[in-house]
Write a protein that binds this ligand. Structure first.
Ligand code: EPU
Length: 418
């Protein structure tokens, strides 16, 4: 198992590029199942979750050619409409094939995800939405089986709570359903809007993606398309925090500043200088005293839960008390205990974390527990005195492409031990 060895204390400076969004690329790959024609996707990041999704799609019947960041998929027929437990347990986003499979082939068998390091993560909202579109759903042996031999029909679906992949799953299913579907209380994340853009290029009729009401008029058939995935706002946000925590001067290139509004305004509240030198660049300059600022995670356009762990690392270096409230997942504070081992003063109380700073962090052996928790440990290690060894970095490889190489190029003392 790979490990990172990090020696803290270097201020990061220079330019660091943003890759394509993992969470936009995953549903885009699944969307290719909706048509027998070729779909070309550009700016696909080389991260483990993408490889897992591609393996799943190949088992289902897709043929995949990859050339750098461009992936070309074609699925002349669905060979096996199934997402097995072995894959779903390593990547919950596998449930994104549920909607496309039922819509295209009238049948899907997808393992239930079960527990997860960050919370329960059920898919009940995907399931009840598909039922409203006419799928018959049963559950046995840990699997969900969905059938719609006569095809799906449009419906009005009101999500009980906002779900990102649930919105994506239903949008894909509704694209091939008969008649109109309206999704109320839909997720407004940029990744949902990006998926809609791809589906529209494939011939789908969708309005309102990116708002909380999405209208989809089903069509008989979808065709091929060529689409470029949006930049990864979580990767870009992680780099902005890296610049801030190391009191550096870092320019994050190739990002979409509009998608980072909540983080940028929070960083500015803490005294970090963030400017936008170009349409797709953000520059962060640390150095002045960091002030604590409370933060509550919310659905987009609020502060992303996927940046909560990284923000907590930053708050260990800020003057005062920061109250961090996690509202999206019930168990997403695993990093707090590891940060405490490095010297942070953090008290957990249910869905709240109280961080008192600034505290000098010292290098230690720590364990990555999930993707974003690992990113927060990397950030803490960049500012800690001495050497930190982070174990189980396969978690970080799920969603960051060679983060050690990108950080080393801007001055971080970080090495991967294979
Ligand atoms: N929920 C339900 N029932 C459902 C679906 C969700 O109760 O059927 C609950 C979840 O348990 C959670 C909340 O609703 O408490 C929100 O979950 P959501 O469905 O929005 O999460 P997701 O779609 O599974 C995506 C991202 C996550 C990100 C969340 C929230 C992808 C592939 N994953 O997950 O990304 O944290 O939205 O923004 O898009 C990550 O990249 O590290 C990551 C975990």
């Amino acid at each position: 198992m790979d490990r990172f060895v990090i020696n803290g204390g270097a201020a990061l400076s220079g330019e660091v590029p943003t890759g394509g969004s993992k969470n936009a690329a995953l549903p885009a790959l699944a969307a290719a199942l909706l048509t027998e024609e070729p779909v070309t996707l550009n700016r696909i990041p080389h991260v483990r979750d993408i490889r897992t999704m591609q393996r799943l799609l190949v088992d289902i019947g897709a043929k995949i050619d990859a050339d750098g960041e461009t992936v070309r998929l074609s699925t002349p027929e669905i060979v096996c409409p199934e997402a097995p437990y072995e894959l779903v347990k390593t990547m919950r986003a596998s449930s994104l094939v549920l909607g496309p499979l039922v819509a295209r082939s009238g049948r899907a068998r997808v393992s239930l995800p079960g527990g997860c390091a960050i919370g329960a993560r059920p898919i009940n909202l995907h399931i009840s939405g598909l039922e409203q579109l006419g799928a018959r759903i049963s559950q046995a042996h840990g699997y969900i089986e969905a059938e719609a031999p006569e095809g799906l029909h449009g419906a009005t679906v009101q999500f009980d709570r906002i779900t990102v992949t649930g919105t994506e799953d239903l949008m894909m299913a509704a694209a091939l359903a008969k008649g109109e579907t309206i999704l109320h209380n839909a997720a407004r994340e940029p990744e949902v809007a990006d998926l809609a853009e791809l589906l529209i290029a494939m011939g789908a009729r969708i309005e309102g993606a990116g708002t909380s009401t999405i209208r989809i008029e089903g069509v008989d058939k979808l065709g091929g398309a060529d689409h470029t995935i949006i930049p990864d706002r979580i990767e870009a946000g992680t780099f902005l925090i890296a610049g801030a925590i190391t009191s550096g001067d870092l320019t994050v290139t190739g990002c979409e500043p509009e998608h980072l509004g909540a983080l940028v305004s929070k960083l500015q509240q803490t005294g970090v200088d963030v400017t936008q030198p170009g349409a797709t660049t953000l520059r962060v300059r640390g150095g002045s005293t960091l002030r604590s600022a409370d933060m509550t995670t919310e659905e987009y356009p609020g502060f992303a839960t996927d940046l909560q762990a990284q923000y907590m690392a930053l708050m260990t270096q800020a003057e005062g008390i920061a109250l961090i409230v996690e509202t999206i997942f019930e168990n997403r504070f695993m990093h707090a205990l590891e940060l405490a081992r490095m010297g942070a003063n953090i008290r957990l109380d249910g869905k709240q974390a109280i961080v008192a700073g600034p505290r000098e962090l010292t290098g230690a052996g720590v364990i990555a527990s999930d993707l974003r928790a690992s990113a927060s440990l990397v950030l803490a290690a960049l500012v800690a005195r001495g050497e930190t060894v982070i174990d189980r970095v396969y978690h970080i490889d799920r969603g960051y492409e060679r983060i050690e190489a990108k950080l080393a190029r801007v001055g971080a003392k970080i090495q991967r031990l294979e």
